[in-house]
Ligand binder design. Structure first.
Ligand SMILES: C[S@@+](CC[C@H](N)C(=O)[O-])C[C@H]1O[C@@H](n2cnc3c(N)ncnc32)[C@H](O)[C@@H]1O
Length: 292
């Protein structure tokens, strides 16, 4: 590996920009919206039964776009019922964005928000010091388990916080997505950091099985348009390369043979489909619904 190749996470602003490009060049959030519209209402149909308020815990809620979609579905299911929405999020920047979004969104009067600037394990440690554990009616972990060191312990802990009829929703890239193939084949040759691990729904369902926790898993197709990655000197393509490889400035710092190999593979049908002149990488998502 060339010593000049370094993890994307060491340059936070480039990481944020490459993630933004990923969102605008993929159907990631549209895919989540589809799940929230079609499956979420059935999944939360009983979480608030016989309760005077509904308590929701968001782990790694980011800037809150998906969290507010979830809240609107809970409001529709339980009109007028008071909701408590607490967010565990280590990034101050994301919390600020979340608060701004809440401030400019209407119809949130019956929801009380609280933000905790901490990681899931810091939250876990803080809670363990208390005498009585707080119970939750709905907990979600959306595209964040990659950043958790001990996933089995984290799942076990949050599962123990579920109230009657409560559920956990986990969203992660699917084991059938091209991320799994990319990480399997090229992970060992790409720079790593200890902040992020390659984990897909296949790993997660195995962990849940080992823990004896019941769940249902749904897969939805999502794609990422990587056409610009094959145009020399294209700025959008460069940022998408960084996101795909989690490497800062991959296009200019990667060893030429590695770049050529990945480039060739990404155009193969195992990784991407070609449609209307575009190259669409398989970014399928898994939605894992865990029972109390
Ligand atoms: C890819 S973003 C997903 C944000 C949001 N859930 C969404 O899907 O739009 C991952 C989020 O997890 C947060 N995060 C990173 N490490 C975390 C940890 N150990 N515990 C909780 N959240 C974490 C990040 O700050 C970031 O906001």
């Amino acid at each position: 590996m060339a010593s000049s190749m370094r993890s994307l996470f060491t340059d936070h602003s480039r990481y944020v920009e490459s993630f933004r490009r990923f969102l605008s060049n993929s159907t990631e959030h549209q895919c989540m919206q589809e799940f929230m519209d079609k499956k979420l209402p059935g999944m939360i149909a009983r979480i608030g039964d016989t309760k005077s308020e509904i308590k929701i815990l968001s782990i790694g809620g980011g800037a809150g776009e998906i969290d507010l979609q979830i809240l609107s579905k809970v409001q529709a299911q339980y009109p007028g019922v008071h909701i408590i929405n607490e967010v565990v999020e280590p990034s101050a920047e994301q919390i600020t964005k979340y608060k701004e979004l809440v401030a400019k969104t209407s119809n949130l009067e019956n929801i009380k928000f609280a933000w905790h600037k901490e990681t899931s394990s810091e939250y876990q440690n803080r809670m363990m010091e208390k005498k009585e554990l707080q119970r939750w009616d709905f907990i979600h972990m959306i595209q964040m388990l990659y950043y958790v060191k001990d996933i089995p312990a984290t799942l076990k802990f949050f599962h123990s916080l579920l109230a009657t009829n409560a559920k956990i929703l986990i969203i992660l890239v699917s084991g059938a997505s091209s991320w799994q193939k990319l990480w399997e084949k090229y992970g060992p040759r790409l720079p790593r950091n200890d902040l992020c691990q390659y984990v897909t729904s296949s790993d997660l369902t195995q962990i849940l099985d080992e823990l004896g926790i019941k769940y249902k898993c749904y897969d939805l197709l999502s794609t990422m348009d990587i056409s610009d990655c094959f145009i020399d000197g294209n700025e959008n393509g460069d940022l998408l390369w960084d996101f795909l490889t989690e490497t800062c400035n991959f296009n200019t710092t990667a060893p030429p043979d590695l770049k050529a190999e990945i480039m060739k593979d990404l155009q193969k049908p195992e990784f991407s489909i070609k449609k209307e002149g575009k190259v669409l990488f398989n970014n399928s998502l898994s939605f894992i619904v865990v029972e109390a």
